[in-house]
Design a protein around this ligand. Structure first.
Ligand code: NAD
Length: 371
């Protein structure tokens, strides 16, 4: 099969959907791979790396003329016109963007959004949400440390003792757990909150403290279990008690990493303005939920701002700040997904009996797939 890898053109996007490592594997499987010149430059994969791996270096038009396109983000209107009808597109296509998916269907594409893969053991190696959230959680703590005007670890010096920073992590999914681990490695004292009871053990195993907000009704307990491992919106009664606990912990915190999300919805507000107002001067908030409205209403999406003496970081694409490893992991996710839709003769074979393939397929033959 002819596989195309175009340069990503979304503003601020630095990742690439194939690396020299994955191109080499695709070529060894008998595919021909066309990579747009410069596609991997920002992710530290040069044209000569791709060439050595067996790729052809081509123009954007030639890359889009392939049978199967590997992308990071959804194509824009101009890119959509370049696909050949019936082509296959695999990427992070935002399954909740129904308008965007309609455009992919209208272009006649068979499009797979890997964010829609189930969170099962079999899907782990192609789980793009996990690979990219891990990068985001790690980078969030490094960004916070960079903007924090003090040391992270406890230091005993001849000039006196410096206290360890206190880090509060809101939401302990993949990004939150990586943020906890990173903050611990930097020597901070860490505590974390989540709605799902299952994460208590995971938080504690990383050496952080779990902020327990006990459930008082069956409805609260049932909601907290979530669906498919994902959180559901919690009842107002529990959220009010959590808000009070978060407020109290935030007064002690130096850095807050917000990662709480509910699939397909606006992010829950967990850090109110009066809480930020009461935080210590020089504190830093990194709001990984900024693109979905933020866990803190003071965050400005895509910006780094200072309010009430606190630095609020609302950058929306942290994996793009670490493009080499983010791309390496993402490209391997794509390679693993291709095993499910390409048969051993190198031909496209879409098996809708496969739960991962069925979940990721957004449109086929001009029709949006109903869910
Ligand atoms: P996510 O990005 O959807 O949400 C981040 C976290 O925010 C979640 O832990 C969620 O519970 C939490 N949250 C939501 N509302 C909150 C609130 N009001 N207060 C505090 N926290 C709140 O989550 P994710 O990182 O994508 O992980 C989702 C699920 O998938 C988890 O259960 C995770 O363990 C699971 N998972 C499974 C696999 C696998 O088995 N293949 C791989 C990765 C993740």
């Amino acid at each position: 099969m002819h596989i195309g890898v175009p340069l990503e053109t979304t503003a601020g996007e630095t990742r690439v959907a194939a690396t020299a490592e994955t191109v080499k594997k695709l070529v060894s499987q008998g595919h021909s791979v066309s990579v747009e010149r410069g596609a991997g430059q920002r992710a530290c994969v040069t044209d000569s790396h791709y060439e050595a791996a067996g790729a052809m270096l081509v123009s954007a038009d030639e890359a889009f003329a392939a049978d199967l396109l590997l992308k990071v983000t959804s194509p824009n209107a101009d890119e959509l016109k370049r696909f050949k009808s019936g082509a296959v597109l695999v990427g992070m296509l935002d399954p909740f963007d129904s308008e965007g998916i309609k455009h992919l269907a209208a272009a006649g594409l068979a499009a797979f959004a890997l964010e829609a893969a189930p969170r099962t053991s079999r899907a782990q190696s192609l789980d793009v949400l996990s690979s990219q959230a891990g990068v985001a959680g790690y980078k969030a703590v490094l960004l916070a440390a960079h903007h924090y005007p003090r040391f992270m670890p406890l230091l005993m010096t001849a000039a006196g003792t410096v206290k360890a920073a206190r880090v509060l992590v809101l939401g302990a999914g993949v990004a939150g757990l990586q943020a906890i681990a990173t903050a611990k490695r930097l020597g901070a004292v860490v505590e974390a909150s989540d709605v799902r009871p299952a994460v208590k053990e995971q938080i504690e195993s990383l050496g952080a403290k779990f902020i327990d907000v006990p459930y008082e009704t069956d409805e609260e307990r049932e909601c907290a279990e979530g669906v498919g491992g994902y959180a559901r919106p919690m009842p107002a009664s529990w959220l009010a008690r959590q808000a009070e606990a978060v407020h109290q912990r935030a007064l002690q915190a130096d850095i807050i990493i917000c990662t709480a999300l509910i699939p397909g919805r606006k992010a829950p507000v967990l850090l109110q303005e009066h809480t930020v107002q009461a935080m210590k001067a020089g504190s830093v908030v990194v709001d990984l939920a900024a693109a979905r409205g933020g866990n803190c209403p003071l965050t400005e999406s895509g910006q780094i701002v200072q309010k009430h003496g606190v630095t609020l970081i609302g950058l929306t694409n942290l994996p793009a700040l670490m493009p080499a490893d983010a791309s390496a992991l993402y490209a391997r996710n794509l390679l693993d997904f291709l095993k499910l839709i390409v048969d051993k003769d190198g031909q496209l074979a879409i098996n809708l009996e496969d739960d991962i393939v069925a979940a990721c397929l957004m449109c086929l033959d001009g029709q949006v797939k109903s869910r």
